[in-house]
Design a protein around this ligand. Structure first.
Ligand code: CJB
Length: 837
């Protein structure tokens, strides 16, 4: 429709990517001087960061535009990844590496008087997630782009990401994370504004073509969703996908002029704030469902805007509705977006006037659902009165979905009333609640868990009835993965370079199984030496970070034992710190001669507790209190240090992960769905002490039992053990653990009252997480770790062999499995151009 001459003019003027150092520098200076209105005299690290980011961004945007045009042109099936969390971390370094511009930028910026590392360090983390689930979404976006899949992420643009953690007098305090002061990586699309309605009533409307009375949902409160787009660069490809985040604002302008003019200024502002509240803050809970109305509002707001967008895009192609699932795959990252199923059905039947069955057939072929946890407290349930009030039409549709589903169950299993009760989306009680996972299963064509054990467990426990109803084929496993670009190449460039020098260049970053070549070098002395020197350098870097932030000196030659993840009873940081106390007690008993034979250790912890999770906060307090005692005890000086790293986040993980000798993944068997930091640590040459849980099991299978320190009871023993704790007679606590508890209760780490809940959980609380059952195995396994560490050559062999065998855990492998088994999508090749690694 655009006339040819105009097209030509436009094409001639079209922006092009900068090429080479000088052009890069020119762009940086131009941005500093014009975009930022600064000069050489007031260009600090922060301005240099902004200038660099803007220059790199220009190239990125050109690739991004091309990708989007090409994808539209090819008109292939796309996947839409719906996630309430995208834990992206920093972007600049990743963008430079993925586009192959890092060396250019390093040199260019150094000639302008700055160090690239200092500049990178200026960036605020984009922390729109809690933990594993959100970081997985970020890794998946990286892989989708790297593999050239047409894919969009959809999420919320929280004004406040996960809170910043401060440790004050040893306790966690939360500080808001306002991260949007300067964010060059997002593009507001004020033209993409979608009205989303809440509340209101459902009334009978006119008859449709088939003579049925239509249901009209009307009279509610309307909030506008504004799109903010974030480019997601692939590695070694021009493919740059889109992450669209929605921000809420009042519909129809900044505030209600009617109210304003009638003198109700405050009221008009209040309405505005009410709308803006929806995307204001990320709920800081990991693996806990809090059931708050605002959270439900967030979910519907995001889902409604995203679906409106997806449907609008589909309609442009003028295809018949039945082809919708041939063009669109939607993945539900946990149950948070389950309302998307209901919303799409509503669009089809209420707005597009499709018959119910036809609509439902399309809906169920469109969605896939990933379950990330079996923990009962994390399974989402929404109170029926809440949904009735906020989304009255959706509740009716949910009832109909449930009714038709239960009727089909009844036909297949006649007279099994208990089965109907068990699988109903509506759980009886006061109030009734909606079981969102069941709705997600009913509305999807595939359901997957995130590691083999986890996928087996959901089929055997929480979703067993649904396997009987729908059959095995609907349920599958896709073991999680991580992006080797960020978690090896970016976080640990020296190791990445060394690997590249042996496996034939950097192709391994796109084909991680090439790491197997490293096995040839396990007996190569020079290689091993270099390998261990890189590990030491990473430990020195972490030690420096610890010294700078805590003033505590740690010995980089000590064994670095790291557990960083959200603080949760099921992840058992309490078992770790009890173990540290036990070690301390043994050291105290030893003679100076005996002490000399001990392997020095630095126990490093990090992670946030949900603000309302009191037990998790108590665990943090115990860790910091043990540190206060141990770190200043001169008698055992240097043999044990205990560190709590404040405000663990993605950019800190990039410093911490390369520096582990051993990392801890010690959840009660059957509770950690997968875990992904386990993969990151091993990929960086650290070994694992862990339970037979989640992906630890598959890691063991890949790297070999001789290269991992496994401990504790198995998932199949958990139920019996819990039963014994509850009903068994004369259950006695493991004597080693008893000793530790006694010391805590004697006030060694401050008032015993502080920890009474923690101790009570083990005793009167029936030790639900089975710390006492695994404690002696844990201690014995830690002794094996010490023993193995004494043999540094043997340790290096384990480390190298493990890395060589980690190829399976690339997120690329996971994404290819989803693409084939769940989404049925193909890559979209771009004509190659521009710079690349
Ligand atoms: N997960 O991070 C969360 N939040 C939840 O609410 C539920 C699960 C985690 O998801 C990761 C990605 O699949 C898993 O590796 C991890 O085991 C699980 O706890």
């Amino acid at each position: 429709s655009i006339p040819q001459p105009l097209r030509e003019t436009w094409r001639k003027l079209s922006a092009s990517e900068f090429d080479g150092k000088e052009q890069f520098q020119k762009e940086v200076v131009r941005h500093v001087e014009t975009t930022l209105a600064r000069s050489i005299y007031n260009c600090d690290d922060n301005a240099a960061y902004s200038g660099t980011a803007l220059a790199i961004r220009d190239n990125l945007v050109i690739k991004w535009n091309k990708t989007q045009q090409q994808q539209t042109l090819q008109d292939q099936k796309r996947v839409y990844y719906l996630s309430l969390e995208f834990l992206m971390g920093r972007t600049l370094d990743n963008a430079m590496l993925n586009t192959g511009l890092k060396d250019t930028a390093r040199e260019g910026i150094s000639e302008l008087g700055f160090r690239i590392e200092d500049i990178i360090d200026q960036e605020h983390d984009a922390a729109l997630g809690n933990g594993g689930l959100g970081r997985l979404a970020a890794c998946f976006l990286d892989s989708l782009a790297t593999l050239n899949y047409p894919a969009w992420g959809y999420g919320l643009r929280y004004r406040y990401g996960i809170f910043k953690q401060e440790i004050i007098n040893g306790f966690q305090a939360e500080v808001p994370d306002y991260w949007l002061d300067f964010n060059p990586w997002e593009f507001p699309r004020h033209d993409v504004a979608i009205d989303v309605m809440f509340y209101g009533t459902v009334n009978p409307g006119p008859r449709d073509d088939r003579g049925n009375i239509k249901k009209v949902w009307e009279g509610g409160e309307i909030v506008q969703a504004i799109a903010y787009d974030v480019p997601i660069p692939g590695y070694g490809t021009d493919c740059t996908n889109n992450l669209r985040l929605w921000s809420s604002k009042p519909s129809g302008g900044e505030f209600d002029f009617g109210k304003f003019n009638s003198g109700d200024y405050e009221g008009s502002i209040r309405d505005q704030q009410r709308a803006e509240t929806i995307s204001a803050v990320l709920y800081p809970n990991d693996n806990i469902d809090a059931g708050k109305e605002l959270r439900l509002k967030q979910q519907y707001f995001w889902v409604a805007a995203s679906l409106h967008d997806i449907v609008r895009r589909f309609k442009k192609s003028h295809r018949p509705w039945k082809e919708f699932p041939d063009q669109v795959a939607i993945q539900l990252n946990d149950t948070h977006p389950t309302l998307a199923i209901v919303e799409l059905q509503r669009i089809f039947i209420d707005i597009e006037c499709l018959p119910w069955d036809e609509a439902w057939y399309i809906v169920t072929r469109t969605f896939g659902y990933t379950n990330h946890t079996v923990l009962p407290e994390a399974l989402e349930k929404w109170s029926v009165p809440l949904v009735q009030n906020l989304l009255p039409r959706h509740l009716q549709i949910i009832y109909d979905i449930n009714l038709f589903f239960l009727q089909s169950v009844e036909r297949k299993f006649p007279k099994d009333r208990d089965l109907l009760r068990r699988v109903s989306v509506v759980e009886e009680g006061t109030p009734q609640v909606l079981r969102m996972a069941y709705l997600a299963i009913i509305g999807s064509h595939k359901v997957n868990g995130v590691a083999e054990l986890h996928s087996d467990l959901i089929k055997a426990t929480i979703f067993k009835d649904f396997v009987d109803i729908f059959g095995q084929d609907k349920f599958t496993n896709v073991t999680n993965g991580i992006t080797p670009r960020r978690w090896l190449h970016q976080a640990n460039p020296k190791l990445s370079d060394l690997i590249a020098s042996k496996v034939g260049g950097y192709d391994f970053l796109q084909n991680l199984t090439k790491l197997t070549v490293l096995e040839k070098y396990v007996d190569d002395k020079a290689f091993k030496k270099e390998w261990m020197e890189i590990k030491l350098a990473a430990k020195v870097k972490l030690a420096k970070y610890i010294k700078d932030t805590t003033q505590i000196a740690v010995n980089p030659h000590s064994l670095f034992d790291i557990q960083v993840k959200r603080i949760h009873e099921y992840k058992r940081q309490q078992m770790n710190i009890f173990g540290v106390i036990y070690r301390y007690l043994r050291l105290k008993e030893m003679t100076p001669e005996e002490r000399k034979k001990q392997v020095p250790r630095t126990s490093i912890f990090g992670g946030k507790a949900a603000p309302g999770y009191w037990m998790a906060k108590t665990i943090i307090r115990l860790i910091t209190a043990v540190g206060e005692v141990v770190n200043r005890d001169e008698e055992i000086n240097g043999l044990l240090k205990v560190i709590f790293i404040e405000d663990y986040n993605v950019s800190k993980a990039e410093i911490i992960v390369p520096a582990s000798d051993i990392s801890e993944h010690i959840s009660t068997a059957g509770t950690e769905a997968s875990g992904t930091s386990n993969m990151k640590f091993v990929l960086n040459g650290g070994l694992i002490i862990g339970t037979c849980d989640g992906a630890n099991i598959e890691i063991t299978r890949e790297i070999g039992e001789e290269n991992i320190f496994l401990l504790g009871n198995l998932a199949e023993q958990v139920e019996d053990l819990r039963h014994q704790h509850r009903f068994g007679k004369d259950v006695v606590m493991d004597p080693k653990l008893r000793e530790v508890c006694d010391v805590i209760e004697a006030g060694k780490f401050g008032s015993e009252q502080t920890y009474s809940g923690l101790i009570a959980a083990l005793t009167t609380g029936f030790d639900y997480y089975l710390v006492s059952d695994d404690f002696s195995s844990y201690i014995a396994t830690q002794d094996l770790v010490d023993e193995a560490y004494r043999d540094q050559d043997g340790w290096a062999t384990k480390s190298i062999t493990s890395v060589a065998r980690m190829g399976f855990f690339s997120a690329d492998r996971a994404i290819n499995e989803y693409a084939e088994e769940v989404w049925n999508i193909e890559p979209c090749e771009l004509p190659k151009s521009g710079s690349r690694p």
